[in-house]
Design a protein around this ligand. Structure first.
Ligand code: DLL
Length: 434
């Protein structure tokens, strides 16, 4: 299959490293001049942009984490004036204080190139009709993939997430050949289709590009079998760009990383020391070409391992193993990133909620479910049904506002949630690894 940008995707490693070093030096100089946060962080370590002389010198730079991005909310990490920012996105999950990221025209062009790259690696061509199942809006998934697919010249149906019956109707009537969305939604579509008696394998659908949440080989097999397609995985995060950071080619043997635009490190999260190739650790990303929102050594909290061996497709870009877990407690529920602490804060704001609660995440017919089992005070645990229903509604509304997810709220009698002598267990994730 042809490579979208063979010049960069199949570069010899020495030339790639030379390019990375040049770009790293200019990124460090760029943020030092333009972003007070980075200038202070570099000064505090006694590091000047001129100290970056080799790629290994990236380790002189400070790590950046979510806290820094939150503390500078909304635009404090932008390295250009707003007049040069043409698009803003934010991380999913919070309406409280999301992480806000910006793009210049140049950034959008790079982003489009990189999503075109992964769509093309999966096999999308100008002959495809691509139905977008990702959310559009502040989430990077919809828009990010949309422009890349369009650049390839494929026909895009920007359906967005949800309304599964209509999605199926479009797939049948418009002759959709590829879908782009979360793997769990793809599986849900397969189930709805089966119930409706639609034979997906008889449709022209042949490809699926999935990402935004972890999924294993078991999930891939299911999707491929039930939809009759080839399914590839792609990875990214808003803080460094969105989708397009890495993605699988048709050989499905790891996600080719856009090393010409990002410098990737894998470190042992306990010691912060680099791990050997093939060993698992936390992925750390430094952007090399971003203008509006560059990041130095961003801690993704995602666990993976890197493989630089040759791939049959001819790309020389290293591949990262599918991300299956994280170093922190972030949950991804129906594609929305949620920290248990956010749920706790929202819950405790509602009068009558006791700090004894359990967050139960499960999966019903391939769709994630969120249930909150909450102990209410003796006074609240009234037998007046009307009061209980109103209380339930208040809690569910609060969660929907803060976290952006519909939750089932179950009130339980005081004293019924297991107490713990050590760390309280607030989250039960019953989803079986797929
Ligand atoms: O999920 C960007 C994206 C959209 C990637 C569409 C691919 C396709 P965020 O909402 O900021 O951005 O969430 C980023 O989601 O740190 C991972 O923990 C997780 N994640 C994203 N893609 C994958 C994947 C988008 N393919 C966070 N496998 C990341 C596993 C993934 N985890």
């Amino acid at each position: 299959m042809p490579i979208w940008n063979a010049e960069y995707e199949s570069m010899a490693r020495p030339a790639l490293e030379e390019l990375q070093l040049r770009r790293l030096k200019s990124t460090v100089a760029w943020v030092y001049e333009r972003v007070p946060y980075y200038r202070e962080a570099l000064d505090a370590r006694g590091v000047k942009p001129r100290d970056i002389k080799s790629l290994a010198d990236v380790r002189l730079l400070p790590f950046t984490d979510k806290t820094a991005l939150r503390d500078t909310y909304p635009f404090g990490m932008f390295a250009v004036d707003m007049e040069h920012v043409v698009r803003v996105h934010s991380s999913s999950g919070t309406t409280g204080k999301p992480i806000v990221v910006g793009y210049t025209k140049g950034d959008l062009n790079t982003w489009t190139e990189l999503t075109a790259r992964i769509a093309s690696a999966a096999g999308v061509t100008c002959h495809d009709r691509v139905q977008m199942l990702f959310l559009y809006g502040m989430f990077t998934g919809g828009w990010g993939m949309h422009y890349g697919v369009e650049r390839i010249g494929a026909t895009v149906f920007p359906a967005g997430a949800g309304n599964t019956e209509r999605q199926l109707l479009m797939m049948q009537d418009f002759g959709t050949t590829a879908i782009v969305g979360t793997p769990s939604y793809a599986l849900y579509i397969a189930e709805v289709a089966e119930q409706a008696g639609i034979d997906m394998k008889a449709l022209p659908l042949r490809l699926g590009l999935f990402g935004g949440e972890p999924s294993g080989e078991g999930m891939r097999d299911e999707i491929q079998k039930r939809l009759g397609i080839l399914a590839t995985d792609n990875y990214g995060l808003s803080e460094v760009m969105g989708p397009g950071v890495s993605g699988e080619c048709e050989h499905q043997c790891g996600l080719h990383m856009a090393e010409d635009h990002f410098l990737f490190e894998v470190v042992d999260p306990r010691t912060d020391e680099p791990v050997a190739e093939g060993e698992e650790g936390e992925l750390i990303i430094t952007t090399l070409t971003k203008e509006a929102f560059p990041v130095l050594r961003y801690r993704t909290h995602d666990l993976t391992a890197v493989d630089t061996s040759a791939c049959e497709c001819g790309r020389t870009l290293a591949r990262m193993r599918k991300v299956r877990s994280r170093t922190d407690d972030m949950l991804i529920i129906r594609g929305v990133n949620v920290f248990p602490s956010q749920i706790e804060d929202a819950l405790l704001e509602v009068e009558g909620v006791e700090p004894h609660y359990l967050i139960v995440v499960d999966r019903e017919k391939a769709m994630d479910t969120l249930e909150l089992r909450i102990e209410v005070s003796e006074a609240m645990f009234s037998d007046v049904m009307r009061d209980m229903v109103a209380f339930n509604k208040r809690v569910a509304e609060r969660i929907a506002t803060v976290v952006g997810l519909q939750a089932k709220v179950t009130l339980v009698e005081p004293g019924t949630i297991e107490r713990s002598v050590g760390k309280a267990r607030h989250v039960v994730d019953l989803r079986k690894p797929l």
